[in-house]
Design a protein around this ligand. Structure first.
Ligand code: FES
Length: 132
């Protein structure tokens, strides 16, 4: 039963990029998706060796956060920083530790990494944007 559920999960995984494309503390892979049917963007990055994924939408106002395409982390590689008003988020949890939305969180994406591949699992509200 658990094996069947796992196989079903794998069938719904959307491949995003190769593991090697995500350097620890480096640039993110940004991709299009739909949130409640509306165009939005998500990103995955590697921090502390682990791949994390979030909707590219600040918890302060729903704006994209990257300084340049895929550039979310500050110079120290310690925080995800919003380029608009400087909110700082913990990469591992998406929790905002400083700035105008302190105490709020980024919307997490379910992602994983297997066999050199980083994948995303869509949800009821966050779905693939095909045809772009
Ligand atoms: S929009 Fe991100 S801190 Fe204001």
């Amino acid at each position: 039963m658990a094996r069947d559920a796992r196989m079903s999960d794998q069938a719904s995984a959307i491949p995003l990029c190769a593991s090697a494309d995500l350097a620890d503390g480096g640039r993110a892979h940004v991709f299009d998706l739909l949130e409640y049917g509306q165009p939005a963007r998500g990103f995955v990055l590697r921090h502390g060796g682990k791949v994390v994924g979030y909707l590219n939408q600040c918890a302060h106002v729903p704006a994209e956060m990257d300084w340049k395409e895929g550039q979310f982390l500050d110079d120290s590689g310690q925080w995800i920083l919003c380029s608009i008003h400087g909110a700082a988020y913990e990469p591992a949890s998406g929790y905002c530790v400083g700035g105008p939305c302190r105490g709020k969180r980024l919307k997490a994406l379910r992602v994983d990494e297997h066999d050199g591949q980083v994948s995303w699992y869509p949800s009821v509200t966050l779905t693939p944007a095909f045809g772009d």
